[in-house]
Structures are given as C-alpha cells and as structure tokens.
Write a protein that binds this ligand. Structure first.
Ligand code: CA
Length: 407
C-alpha cells in the first residue's frame, strides 16, 4: 500500500494513512462522546459518517454508540471493511469537500476512555523484568520462580480503575513495612510506573471454550499503551501469598487511541526462542512478536527505551493461557503484557528497576534527581513501529500526573 492521505501533513507524523487508530471524543459544542478515527492532527467523526450512510447498514449502529465495544464485537469482517472504506475516503481527494465538516482538530477534542473495559488481566511476560524483580524482592533466591518458563504468569486487575491518558493519579495510601521497622499507614513513598502494552478483545467466547494461540487475530481488535501505576511499598508488604492487590488497583492508564492489529502487520517480528518448549496449548504455528520501540519520559526527560519484541511470552500465548481453563472472553477485555524491560540498563520499564530500588537515582532535566515519583511529576509512555507501508506509526501516548495523597 503506497496511498497517502489528502489531510495535510498526515504522512509526516505518527497518524498517517497506514495507522488509522480508533478513539472516543467529544467537543465543547457537542459534548456527547462519539467514535472517531485519527488521521494526522484531525479526528474524522465516525458517527457523522454513519449518519451520512457511508457505511453498510449492518455496521452503522456501532458508530452511534458511545464507545468502541459495539464495533469491536462485530469481528474481523467488519474491522477490515471499515478500515478499507476509511483508507479509500482519506486517500481519494474527491471525498475532501464532503468530509470537511466531519473533521475535528485533535487539539480541540476532549478524549474519553475508548472502550468499556470488561475484565482486566495483567501478565508478567518480560524475562528481564521478572529477573530484575526477583533479584530485588528475593535477593537470596533464584530470580525466576519455577513456573515462570512454563506459563505466562498473570493476575486479574481492577477493570473499574482503568482510566484514559491524562487522568490525574492521586497518590495512593496504604500499609507498608520497612525490613525491620513497624507497620505503618500513609501515602506511598515508592510510587512507580510500569510501561506495558495492552491488547483489547473484540470477539468474545462461550464459557468453557479455550482459544488457540493461532486464533489471536480472530479475537483481538487492537493495541493500546498502558501505564500500570504501582505502589512498591504497599505491594512488597501485601503480595504474599496472593499477589498484587491495593498496590496496583488504584489506577491503570491507557492511551486514547486503539491501534488496530492490521496497522501493525509491518511490525511483526520473530519472538525469542523458548526453552523449555511450552506445552501444546501454548504452541503457535507461526510464533511472532510485535516490534514496538517504546519510550518513557519523566517530566520531559527520556529515561528508558524498552523494546517490546523481546518479550518471552507473546500476546497470542497470553490469550491462550488466560482461556485454557475455559474462562470466557468478553468484548472489552483488556490484557496487558506486564512491564516491558530489555536486557540493557536503559531499557527497563519501571523506576524500581531503573533506579535499582532507589539506590541509583536518575538525573532528570536541570539536575533534579529522582528515585520514585514525586507529587506533580508527569510520566508519558510512547511507542513507534514500522507501518504496513514501510513508514513509521506512533501509538497513542499514555500520560499521567501525580497529585498529592488525600489527608
Ligand atoms: Ca503490571
């Protein structure tokens, strides 16, 4: 595909014709949230297009909803058809005049959570991250627990606290304990991020029917960047034996724009070889990763560049594992990769790892140093990937600013 868009400048930025991510927006003039597709610095109003009878009659109702769930539930035939039609509309200048009233500058739009989150599952799929955390939390033991290379370790998070990028994050309060100190209650002093990639389920399943990893693209609609905010002091005290709870559940931020899987066709790459060989239900006919180059900015200073392609467990294996017991999928399920960390020190996706538990502070702009998040700090996670047409696309960023804890 070599088509370009008639939207000025679209091909020079992260949202060219080869991307076309979906989101939910409103404007001051029309405060009802509605669906849109991003092109350059503009949003094309899909509700307006559906009202103008642009789409086939069976697809139109999905674009009169207030979130992406109806469209996502329609499955790959509808996803492909709409993407094809939008590509045609945005590349053929004959549509320019009739579409002009349906374009809204992104800078003037208010963005909402793009989909209603059904269930939220968070994995732990980076070998480098799991090894680093093992060394930090259990310094006297093997860093990887015995199950780690046999299954993608995960847990169920709190769907109701998944928030759109830009939502302020109030510093959580909770119990904590220093190694020999007393148990105390108060604001977290070790507030952290986790740079992750999230996968959004479109097509659900019946209870009892596992999903084969080869059917990944039949169920998963697209990808969002995720920041899984984490209070390390609360987490360290509470996590044995049932895993993360209040140290994670206060907020998880997702990007405004859901990148459809088709837009990442050019970003497919070889996934790491696995040893030992996984069990049959985790075996993929064509094992692949998505080569996303991530970036983490702390108050504007880039502090890390995690590489997503090196994750030990692939998204298809995560999907197969979370359904192998017969657990059903619902439209709007979100499963995230877990912190993306690479082998190098400047590729770590959490501050816990980057500062080695606070022992090696990071220098930000103007000589300020940080170990964990302070009130007023802003963290922004971005990612780029090779687009299907050979250009570069940029996933919708996820950002958040820390507010002081409640009294
Ligand atoms: Ca996480």
């Amino acid at each position: 595909m070599t088509a370009t868009s008639w939207i000025e400048g679209a091909e020079d930025g992260p949202f060219g014709l080869g991307h076309l991510p979906y989101g939910v927006f409103s404007t001051a003039k029309d405060p009802a949230p509605r669906l849109g597709v991003r092109i350059g610095d503009q949003i094309l109003d899909l509700r307006g297009l559906a009202t103008g009878q642009f789409f086939l009659p069976w697809i139109r109702p999905a674009f009169h909803e207030h979130d992406l769930n109806g469209f996502m539930a329609m499955g790959p035939p509808a996803w492909r058809l709409v993407r094809h039609q939008l590509t045609e509309l945005l590349s053929d200048a004959r549509y320019r005049d009739q579409s002009a009233t349906l374009l809204v500058p992104a800078a003037k739009a208010r963005m909402h959570l793009p989909f209603q989150v059904a269930d939220y599952v968070d994995f732990y799929a980076s070998e480098h991250h799991a090894t680093n955390l093992g060394r930090l939390f259990r310094p006297d033991a093997e860093p990887l627990l015995p199950n780690w290379k046999h299954l993608p370790v995960g847990y169920h998070g709190r769907a109701g606290t998944v928030v759109p990028s830009g939502t302020p994050i109030v510093r959580p309060r909770g119990q904590g304990k220093t190694p020999d100190g007393p148990i105390e209650f108060g604001p977290s002093a070790r507030l952290d991020i986790e740079a992750e990639v999230g996968f959004v389920v479109g097509v659900g399943t019946e209870l009892g029917a596992p999903v084969n990893p080869d059917d990944f693209a039949e169920h998963v609609f697209g990808v969002v960047l995720v920041n899984d905010w984490s209070a390390r002091d609360i987490q360290a005290w509470e996590y044995v034996p049932l895993g993360p709870f209040l140290g994670k559940s206060f907020a998880t931020s997702v990007g405004h724009w859901v990148t459809p899987l088709d837009a990442l066709a050019g970003a497919k790459a070889a996934a790491p070889a696995q040893d030992p060989e996984p069990l049959g239900y985790l075996k993929e006919t064509e094992r692949f990763a998505y080569d996303l180059s991530m970036s983490v900015r702390w108050n504007g200073t880039e502090v890390s560049r995690p590489p997503f392609a090196g994750m030990y467990w692939t998204p298809a294996q995560m999907l197969a594992h979370m359904t192998v017991n017969g657990a059903s999928l619902r439209t709007g399920d979100l499963f995230a990769s877990g912190t993306v960390s690479g082998p190098e020190a400047d590729q770590r996706g959490s501050f816990l790892e980057l500062t080695w538990s606070g022992r090696e502070p990071i220098v930000l702009g103007e000589g300020e140093t940080r170990s964990f998040l302070e009130d007023g700090d802003t963290v922004t996670i971005g990612a780029t990937a090779r687009g299907a047409d050979g250009g570069t696309i940029g996933l919708g960023e996820v950002t958040g600013t820390i507010l002081p804890a409640l009294d």
